[in-house]
Design a binder for this molecule. Structure first.
Ligand code: GUN
Length: 292
């Protein structure tokens, strides 16, 4: 069994990005600039956005954090999105989700200029990705593919079982892995809350992608000997053992599942750090105008 070290791989990729940014700056070109909008004070969102801003600093990007209280109106938020769309210094920006209930997330996502949509959430980017056109691919699926590539884990001809059908992870990763492309060509089964025979299907998987957001959902009796298990779960649970008072729990019961696997990602330190570097990569692509 080999642990897939997302922390190490993400550090390597950050160094690659930092080298490219240094070259851009040496040539006197514009520093890539990522902006993030954070609404309210959700603990998870605060942590994720703080990590994104810190990662920008580490690679030499400029970053701007724009904060609003959770009573901001949809109209005000749309105005800010529009302002960022028209700000030539900003190459890409994200609106951290979830948003308060009175704001229609779809409306906000659709308002982002697809050329600056480094989260890859806009339907134009999702559509382009789905048909294999150049597109901003959302950060978590892109991070998972990068881990599979860097560990040379074959996907062609394999049976991948994706647990979860979210717009952010389950849906896009299922599309990407089934595409006719390097690190695609898999046969993909998408399972969700209405799948009656989930265990029967997961036991057939060569690769399991667990993205349900249910802590320790995947147990050893659901995993075939030698399978690859990618854990996307990041549920925050209270803990008296950490400084912050919280710890992250994955969707996989790591201790009992790991011995059965050929490869497995830990939580934390697996997919999470890769999500952040994928966002940085997308921002660099936006700054270079590589997608559109
Ligand atoms: N909320 C959870 N994951 C993400 C993400 O990748 N991007 C944004 N904007 N919000 C999120």
């Amino acid at each position: 069994m080999q642990i897939i070290d997302g922390k190490k791989i993400s550090a390597e990729i950050k160094e690659e990005i930092a080298r490219e940014v240094a070259e851009i700056k040496n040539k006197g070109e514009k520093t890539p600039h990522l902006a993030a909008i954070l609404v309210g004070h959700d603990g998870g969102s605060e942590t994720y956005v703080a990590h994104k801003v810190k990662a920008c600093e580490q690679v030499g990007f400029k970053s701007t954090l724009i904060r609003f209280e959770d009573d901001i109106t949809e109209k005000e938020l749309l105005e800010k999105v529009n302002e960022l769309n028209n700000d030539n210094d900003i190459d890409g920006f994200i609106v951290q989700l979830p948003l308060p209930k009175h704001i229609n997330e779809d409306k906000i996502i659709e308002a982002v200029n697809p050329r600056k949509d480094v989260d890859g959430f806009h339907p134009i980017n999702v559509g382009r990705m789905s048909v294999g056109m150049p597109a901003f691919v959302s950060a978590t699926p892109a991070g998972i593919l990068e881990l599979l590539k860097r560990y040379n884990i074959e996907t062609s001809g394999k049976h991948v079982v994706v647990l979860g059908r979210s717009n952010i992870v389950g849906r896009p990763i299922s599309i990407l892995l089934s595409q006719k492309a390097d690190f695609g060509n898999a046969t993909v089964t998408v399972c969700h809350s209405r799948t009656p025979n989930l265990k029967e299907l997961s036991l057939q998987a060569d690769i399991i992608i667990a993205a349900l957001g249910v802590p320790e959902f995947v147990t050893a009796d659901m995993v075939k000997e030698g399978a690859v298990v990618i854990d996307v779960g990041t549920t925050r649970v209270k803990s008296d053992k950490t400084k912050s008072g919280w710890k992250l729990k994955g969707d996989v019961k790591f201790d009992e599942v790991a011995p059965k696997c050929s490869y497995i990602t830990p939580v934390p330190g697996g997919v999470g750090p890769m999500t952040i570097v994928s966002l940085l990569k997308n921002t660099l692509l936006a700054a270079k105008g590589s997608i559109y």
